[in-house]
Design a binder for this molecule. Structure first.
Ligand SMILES: Cc1cc2nc3c(=O)[nH]c(=O)nc-3n(C[C@H](O)[C@H](O)[C@H](O)COP(=O)(O)O)c2cc1C
Length: 353
């Protein structure tokens, strides 16, 4: 039987990640990023029960269903976890209300930029607020609005993405704003060694999505996981935007017919926009509706030909399915090895061979 004993860190990892541990209230400041259809109560609570940190995906769930999911997660764990709100989802305001009433310890705003009043409302409920920062100006604005922590997500990530890579954001968001607020780094991370080095750079922790999809306990369909195991990094491509008349947030996914169908949908919507048959906001809703439905087909139904296979470039580093505890333990062990190697290097003892 798989052990659900919490994972612990070594004293040197505890020192390097002290801020992230304190901020999240966990042993291991590794977050499983919210993933629509995938990050539900069982995965989220297991992540937290194992000493790390789970994020519930609100997506555009009917409010009653979302409230029930929050409650179920609270029943399954007494440890901290977050819920991730999509600010552009039609049910967003109802979701925010639910989280404030449920007195969640952490609320993550995703999708687009939340309003100042929304950040203030979340904080007034007692929650620590985390916002995504896909560039320095958004980071500055979110801190000004009162965000307690940031998630720096580079364009290598799976799902909806920004334009700038993790390597560049480390320099102009982590180095710049890290002294002000805890920053958790996401996008392209699948190994503990990387997490260890990010800690040395000043990250408070890391957020991973793609690597956790292949956890045995993750509810994603077996065929979806199988495709992840076989895929190479370069197959996780980002969608283009065809015209400034219809701004679309890029999505990174494995290349398959769902990507082609999205291209056709964009052209069709642009045609209808030109003909005055719908407005820009409605067209953008159509786009988001497409992705939610398409990801369901891939991740839940296992239709890997037709459905979306949202995945980050880190998919090439994902080699096998494993129990979640084993993944976390491996990440922690390897992060510690990275710190050990760095210590040796600082002492002039370069590893050879
Ligand atoms: C299948 C899938 C679905 C995702 N859905 C969401 C989502 O609903 N909300 C969100 O904020 N991020 C979403 N993400 C992004 C993850 O939370 C996380 O930030 C990202 O996967 C990190 O990069 P990585 O894939 O390189 O690990 C999704 C990612 C994947 C792979």
């Amino acid at each position: 039987m798989t052990s659900h004993q919490p994972v612990t860190m070594t004293p040197r990892l505890e020192r390097v990640f002290a801020r992230g541990r304190e901020f999240l209230g966990v042993e291991v400041p590794i977050m499983c990023g919210a993933m629509t259809w995938i990050s539900e109560s069982s995965l989220v609570s297991l992540m937290s029960n194992l000493g790390a940190f789970g994020c519930l995906a609100a997506g555009n769930m009917p409010p009653d269903e979302f409230a029930a999911e929050v409650e179920r997660t609270q029943e399954l764990t007494d440890r901290p976890f977050a819920a991730n709100l999509i600010t552009i989802a039609p049910n967003y305001m109802a979701h925010l209300e639910i989280l404030c009433s449920a007195k969640l310890s952490h609320i993550v705003f995703a999708g687009s930029i939340p309003r100042r009043t929304e950040v203030e409302k979340a904080k007034a409920s007692g929650a620590k607020v985390m916002c995504f920062a896909s560039n320095p100006s958004i980071a500055r604005r979110m801190i000004d609005y009162g965000a307690d922590g940031l998630i720096l997500e580079g364009s290598e990530a799976g799902g909806h993405i920004g334009h700038v890579s993790t390597a560049v954001l480390l320099q102009d968001v982590l180095f710049e704003f890290g002294p002000q607020v805890p920053i958790f780094v996401a996008g392209g991370i699948a190994t503990g060694r990387m997490i260890g080095h990010l800690g040395l750079m000043g990250a408070s922790g890391a957020q991973l999505g793609t690597r956790f999809v292949v956890a045995d306990e993750c509810s994603a369909h077996a065929r979806f996981k199988e495709v992840f195991i076989k895929a190479r990094s370069r197959e996780a491509i980002a969608t283009p935007q065809y015209s400034s008349k219809l701004p679309v947030v890029a999505v990174r996914a494995l290349n398959n017919p769902a990507m082609d169908r999205f291209g056709k949908l964009q052209l069709e919507l642009l045609g209808r926009l030109d003909a005055g048959e719908l407005n820009r906001q409605d067209a953008q809703y159509e786009v988001e509706k497409y992705w939610v439905g398409s990801l369901r087909e891939g991740a839940v139904d296992g239709n890997v030909e037709r459905g979306s296979l949202m995945a980050g470039q880190s998919v090439g580093l994902v080699k096998r399915t494993q129990p979640l505890r084993e993944i976390l333990a491996e990440l922690v062990t390897d992060a510690d090895s990275a710190l050990g190697e760095a210590e040796q290097r600082l002492q002039g003892q370069h590893a050879t061979g």
